[in-house]
Design a protein around this ligand. Structure first.
Ligand code: GUN
Length: 238
């Protein structure tokens, strides 16, 4: 789902994309060679390695091998460091998509209590930093958090990025809360659904994002933005 949507997004705006499908038994050193090839290809502006990788491959090593100027996911340690230092540059796609979505919805984050459920490197952790930059007060919850409901009930904005169904329901939020659902799961009928129990939340929230049709689109817009930025970074480097 992710890869097909990214390909479509690139095609829609005229960004030439090439999905390299590799066997899941590929040795780590061969994958590193593929990355090195595209790092040195001056016609390529951005590289994205779709996660998760097979267990025998060290993801950290692979993400570190991508040239930071071509790292359109913002997963390279030096891009992550820049993010935490509040510097300009490539932004993590889903967190930036969430910031943009709330901005389009005229949600002013200044002084608001934002509760993030999930502490992944892809969403929870970078989003916390970006919310702090927006002057929000941020709480990160995770699988070991005690009394989750007591915390979520205090939140003005709740972002759920766990990858599990029904993590948040209507009893867990205050009236008028804003809920952003980042999850993509399949329900018992095989249909796409998020991490939230949408039906119990929709009448209680002032804004809630659906799945599908919610955060995903803005995630891909950030990815396209990052490709444009990478294009200028790579041209400056040449
Ligand atoms: N797998 C799930 N989400 C993502 C993402 O944003 N980027 C990559 N590369 N892999 C993912």
């Amino acid at each position: 789902v992710y890869v097909a949507n990214k390909e479509k997004a690139c095609n829609n705006v005229g960004i030439i994309n090439n999905t390299v499908r590799l066997p899941d038994y590929i040795p780590e050193h061969d994958l590193l060679r593929v990355i090195d090839f595209y790092n040195n290809d001056k016609t390529v502006d951005g590289i994205l390695v779709q996660l998760p990788l097979p267990k025998h491959i060290n993801s950290d090593k692979i993400l570190k091998a991508i040239s930071p100027e071509k790292d359109v996911d913002c997963f390279h340690p030096s891009n992550v460091a820049n993010l935490w230092l509040g510097k300009e540059g490539i932004k993590p796609c889903t967190p930036q998509g969430i910031i943009d979505l709330l901005d389009y919805g005229n949600i002013d984050l200044r002084g608001k209590h934002v509760v993030i459920i999930g502490r992944s490197n892809i969403v929870g952790k970078p989003l916390a930093q970006m919310m702090l930059k927006e002057n929000a007060t941020v709480t990160i919850c995770h699988s070991k958090t005690k009394n989750l409901q007591e915390i979520t009930k205090l939140a003005d904005v709740i972002v759920v990025a766990v990858g599990k169904r029904n993590v948040l329901n209507g009893d867990m939020v205050k009236d008028g809360a804003v809920v952003v659902d980042v999850g993509i799961n399949r329900n018992d009928e095989g249909k796409l659904c998020g991490d939230c129990d949408y039906d119990s939340l929709v009448d209680k929230c002032s804004l809630i994002t659906p799945v599908p049709g919610g955060v995903g689109l803005l995630t891909r817009v950030t990815l396209l933005d990052n490709v444009l930025l990478a294009h200028s970074l790579n041209n400056m480097c040449q």
